[in-house]
Design a protein around this ligand. Structure first.
Ligand SMILES: Nc1ncnc2c1ncn2[C@@H]1O[C@H](COP(=O)(O)OP(=O)(O)OP(=O)(O)O)[C@@H](O)[C@H]1O
Ligand SMILES: [Mg+2]
Length: 317
């Protein structure tokens, strides 16, 4: 009896050892593969960060060089323009062909366009020294709406606005605040490129809003565009993050920096029914008559409400 049991036990023990060995080997191989994958992911991340740093470095350099580049390029462009003018005058009393006329017109038009591109880049890259002072966001809101109107018309977008306060005083920089609103509005317009024209509505609202952080003013920019995909929500406000073929990925990073520098915060969310909504909150100027302003807010027309998914934060005070 003993003799029969012994080999069976031995066989079972052997089997256990073999199975354990195979399992251990499989586990070791899996752990090695997992480690390798993690290493690859980490390496890819480092490479991407390096590339982004290099790009940022290039942007910073471009910013510093923008003034001299603009100067260097503006001179030959000016010369091209005056040569085109001179050629036009020289040919004035000679028999002219329509082709020659159109060539001269093309030269003028292209030189002017090149000049505009250089000037715009310079405006974008040059450093602006902010000047802080009491500022009525309502004035900026109205001004920005006027600036946006022609572009909205061109893109077949309906502009809707709600002013839920007659004044919204903050301590801030005029140019920077306009930059915030313009960046958000242009993004909203871009997002509606493939929205049917009947649904293309850009909504802007200015209201007073009291948060835990205190009394403040709230700017809302909402669209009916493609919305924010989940994978983008983390990176939305990162510098150089863009999904547009010709985008620089700077707009929202600039918005966040400006808002944070003003002691406020910005968030983004998807809207029920499609599209996204960006909300900027800024602390109100201490001592402004909030009681009166809030009374006005209660009386003000407040038709539109946003039902939104949890917001992507661009920064907290
Ligand atoms: N209203 C919006 N709806 C959906 N996605 C948006 C919206 N606004 C921004 N985004 C996404 O966030 C990205 C980053 O926006 P950001 O303004 O920083 O850069 P950009 O518009 O691509 O380029 P630019 O530097 O010219 O502003 C966009 O490329 C887009 O994918
Ligand atoms: Mg943008």
């Amino acid at each position: 009896m003993r003799f029969a049991v012994q080999p069976r036990r031995q066989r079972a023990a052997m089997l256990l050892i073999v199975v354990t060995a195979v399992l251990l080997q499989a586990l070791t191989a899996a752990a090695w593969l997992w480690q390798r994958r993690q290493r690859q992911i980490a390496e890819a991340r480092i490479t991407q960060q390096r590339a982004e740093l290099a790009r940022m470095g290039r942007f910073a350099l471009a910013g510093e060089l923008s003034a001299s580049i603009a100067h260097e390029v503006a001179q030959p462009l000016g010369a091209i323009l005056s040569n085109a003018d001179a050629a036009g005058m020289l040919l004035a009393d000679r028999p002219r062909t329509s082709e020659l006329d159109s060539i001269l017109t093309d030269i003028r038009r292209d030189a002017l366009r090149a000049n505009q591109v250089v000037q715009r880049l310079r405006a974008l890259l040059q450093k602006h020294t902010p000047t802080r002072g009491p500022l009525d966001l309502k004035a900026i809101f109205d001004e920005t709406l006027e600036l946006l109107r022609p572009e909205a018309r061109r893109r077949q977008i309906t502009l809707e606005s709600r002013l839920a306060a007659t004044h919204a005083l903050i301590m801030g920089d005029h140019v920077q605040m306009q930059q915030v609103l313009l960046n958000l509005a242009i993004n909203a317009m871009d997002a509606m490129e493939h929205t049917p024209p009947a649904r293309r509505t850009l909504f802007l609202r200015l209201a007073l809003a009291t948060k835990l952080t205190g009394e403040g003013c709230e700017l809302t920019v909402a669209d009916r565009g493609h919305g924010i995909p989940d994978e983008a929500s983390e990176r939305l406000f990162d510098p150089l993050y863009t999904t547009k073929p010709h985008g620089m990925g700077l707009g929202l990073a600039i918005v966040r920096n400006i808002v944070l520098a003003h002691g406020g915060f910005v968030s983004a969310a998807n809207r029920e029914g499609g599209g996204s909504v960006f909300t900027v909150w800024l602390p109100a100027l201490p001592g402004q008559s909030t009681a009166r302003a809030l009374r006005e807010l209660e009386n003000a027309e407040e038709k539109t409400t946003f039902k939104a998914r949890p917001a992507t934060q661009g920064g907290h005070p």
